[in-house]
Design a protein. Structure first.
Ligand SMILES: NC(=O)c1ccc[n+]([C@@H]2O[C@H](COP(=O)([O-])OP(=O)(O)OC[C@H]3O[C@@H](n4cnc5c(N)ncnc54)[C@H](O)[C@@H]3O)[C@@H](O)[C@H]2O)c1
Ligand SMILES: [Zn+2]
Length: 387
């Protein structure tokens, strides 16, 4: 049965307007809060000093975010008497490199950041991953706070403690599990985010509905316009996403089981992203949207998902302005054999076997290990033929 879509007040809305939603990541002595709401950057200082009373804070950000939100973050820390220094890196994925990592580590040491001090990652997933990894290893570990400024970072990369840089062998291959001590997701900073980046992050929001919460998916169908417009609906979508990711991370912090569900759409998606050279031709979230549609259609092909449910997923993503067809990828996509090769390089491959996240229903994903490559190849050949 299809869950009824609800319009109107969000179930996780704060008790008083203006109060943030708080999601606790219950990981024992590594537990921390995710604070979600408009203008929450202003509370960064009081929250940071409550956790680390006399620390010096080094803020790492990129040169785009620096011009937009760095002053507000510095002012909030200065207001409670915390001394700050800043490290500004270039915006974009190429910064998540060994060279970028060396720069950040050296800059933190030059700023005399000590073991008891604090690092603040202010930016999207690139800054969050790079800074988190630097914080994990500089002086063998310094506490850090995530202040995510993209939708993708607020619902995904800032939560769960995965940090990494890229290697010439692939994305995110060098890193550490290192949890922050706090996440402050100020949803008002998303007002300056380019629409295309917001849409790409929205694909990850839809992912949570598709993988584990049919009611949330239906709510998104009814409220997508309001989520894009901002306000309470946006905050609710972000808080719900954080809750869902947190529940999975708490069950499986190091991805030995359930955490792999978060990879829905990502095996296909990563292959398409890699084929596009991880460039602006196809943003990560756009690749995930396409990948989720392929995962749904492949589930239909395997006879586990009803065709109308796959169509419903596609309809919602395309309505949000996301690509859902291979023909929509600028510059085209490679042939089935090359896509298979790229999928085989994905880190989700274990001993040569392809593991896929498939859908039984909207809100019910499952991990299908040991996928038959011949069936997958036949499916891809057919999809490529449809272009
Ligand atoms: N650690 C994890 O669990 C995890 C999960 C998902 C993705 N990731 C990583 O996240 C990265 C992608 O993150 P992303 O999509 O946030 O990209 P990003 O950090 O490159 O940000 C996208 C662009 O938006 C700009 N920007 C950021 N905030 C802004 C704002 N408020 N206003 C205007 N512009 C703003 C940035 O300068 C950048 O140009 C990838 O490297 C991916 O591997 C990590
Ligand atoms: Zn993703």
């Amino acid at each position: 049965m299809m869950p009824r879509a609800t319009k109107g007040p969000a179930p996780t809305a704060p008790l008083r307007p203006g109060d943030p939603a708080v999601v606790n990541v219950a990981l024992g002595e590594r537990a921390y809060d995710i604070v979600i709401g408009r203008d929450q950057i202003a509370t960064l200082g009081t929250r940071a000093s409550a956790l680390k009373p006399n620390a010096k804070a080094a803020i790492v950000t990129d040169d785009t975010v620096a011009g937009l939100h760095l002053d507000a973050a510095e002012a909030a820390l200065a207001a409670v008497g915390l001394t700050t220094s800043r490290v500004v890196v270039g915006a974009g994925e190429s910064t998540k490199s060994f060279a970028g990592f060396e720069r950040v580590c050296e800059a933190l040491l030059a700023a005399r950041v000590e073991r008891g001090d604090l690092v603040v990652a202010l930016g999207g997933g690139v800054v969050g991953d790079l800074t988190g990894f630097a914080a994990a290893v500089v002086r063998r570990g310094i506490d850090y706070i995530q202040v995510p400024t993209t939708l993708l970072a607020q619902v995904d990369s800032s939560v769960g403690g995965k940090t990494a840089i890229n290697s010439r062998h692939g994305k995110n291959l060098v890193g550490a599990f290192y949890q922050p001590i706090l996440v402050v997701a100020d949803t008002a900073v998303l007002d300056t985010l380019p629409q295309r980046q917001f849409r790409a992050g929205y694909a990850e929001v839809v992912k949570y509905g598709l993988l584990g919460d049919a009611g949330f998916f239906a709510w998104l169908e009814a409220n997508v316009k309001d989520v894009f417009a901002g306000g309470a609906a946006r905050d609710h979508a972000i808080a719900t996403s954080c809750r869902m990711k947190t529940a999975i991370v708490v069950r499986d912090e190091r991805e030995t089981g359930d955490r792999a569900l978060l990879n829905l759409g990502h095996t296909f998606g990563h292959a398409l992203e890699a084929a596009a050279g991880f460039s602006d031709r196809l943003l990560h979230g756009e690749a995930v949207a396409l990948g989720m549609v392929l995962a749904a259609e492949f589930s239909v092909r395997l006879g586990v998902l009803a065709p109308d449910q796959a169509a419903r997923a596609m309809h919602h993503l395309t309505g949000a302005g996301l690509p859902v067809r291979l023909a929509e990828v600028t510059g085209g996509v490679p042939n089935a054999d090359r896509l298979m090769e790229l999928m085989a390089q994905d880190k989700k491959v274990k001993r040569g076997k392809l593991t896929f996240v498939l859908l039984r229903d909207i809100g019910a994903a499952y991990i299908a290990a040991d996928m038959d490559p011949a069936r997958l190849r036949a499916f891809l050949v057919e999809k490529l033929g449809e272009q």
